[in-house]
Ligand binder design. Sequence first.
Ligand SMILES: [Zn+2]
Ligand SMILES: [Zn+2]
Length: 177
Amino acid sequence: MAKCSYCGSTILFGGKKDEGLTFCNDKCLGKGVVVRLAQQLSEEEVRQEVMTVYRGKCAKCDGYGPIDVHVSHRVWSALFMTSWSSRPQVVCASCGTKGKVNDALFCLVLGWWGIPWGLIMTPIQIGRNIVGLFKTPAPSGPSEALTSVVRATMAAACLAEEEAKSQPGLHLQVPGR
Ligand SMILES: [Zn+2]
Ligand SMILES: [Zn+2]
């Protein structure tokens, strides 16, 4: 199955294609520039940053790592409309587990109430959360998903820097100058 070039989540239905890259939705498609820039970053730089994040502290609970990408899945329905999404978070294992349990409960309560997608997507999203609970990232090292998220974050930072440089007026607003 295809994976989103930006967030790495598996694409179940549809997906958006753009110059050889595939994205899960318009939001990720909008990050295409970042993904292309990310492919040009040096392997060594990315690897170092990945290890820093992996061995660092959890952004959510301030607890110790290993930190990795934990994806939880949601669905909610209101009669004839159903909305589902996958939410990747860079957190510690226990925050990851909490996220998946919370989202499974969220689906269980709010997922069913739409025809026909609520009835179809609710068991799928709950199943993905349960599978995710048992498929925790390998303890031996950072996952591929973490590498791609870190790479994208670094590229986004580069891009912001480039934009700031191309607009000299912005520098005047930096305090202390
Ligand atoms: Zn995506
Ligand atoms: Zn945590």
